[in-house]
Design a protein around this ligand. Structure first.
Ligand code: ZN
Length: 123
């Protein structure tokens, strides 16, 4: 399943990415990791406190850990990942609740993503 992520600060898209594990032979090239890395470089800071990360799928344990390390302020995800989704376990300090689904092409339409609302917020 293709996974996409967009990191937003205010009304500005700072970074966007999709899973690239197969194409790059990089097992950690998940959309969320690539997006966080790009955003940190763009902003010149590893702290992404005021940023919102939108993901099509509930992040895995690795990506949830990266969100904690980078201090992403808010996470919004579409589909729950029953196989490897770990956000509610890894991000124990975060209130996690899924609101709705994001269509696959939704990452190009920030306005539509925002209508899904905020589901995870750092406490
Ligand atoms: Zn991941």
């Amino acid at each position: 399943m293709p996974v996409g992520a967009v990191l937003v600060l205010g009304d500005e898209v700072i970074a966007r990415a999709h899973n690239s594990t197969a194409g790059t032979c990089d097992p950690i090239a998940h959309a969320e990791i690539l997006c966080i890395r790009e955003a940190a470089q763009q902003l010149g800071s590893w702290r992404l406190l005021d940023a919102t990360l939108y993901c099509t799928l509930e992040p895995c344990a690795m990506c949830a850990g990266a969100m904690l390390q980078s201090r992403v302020g808010t996470l919004v995800y579409g589909a729950r990942n029953d196989l490897s989704g770990e956000v509610s376990h890894v991000m124990g300090r975060v209130h996690a609740r899924r609101i709705g689904s994001i269509k696959q092409d939704g990452l190009n339409e920030l306005g539509r993503l925002k209508t899904l609302g905020v589901i995870c917020r750092r406490r």
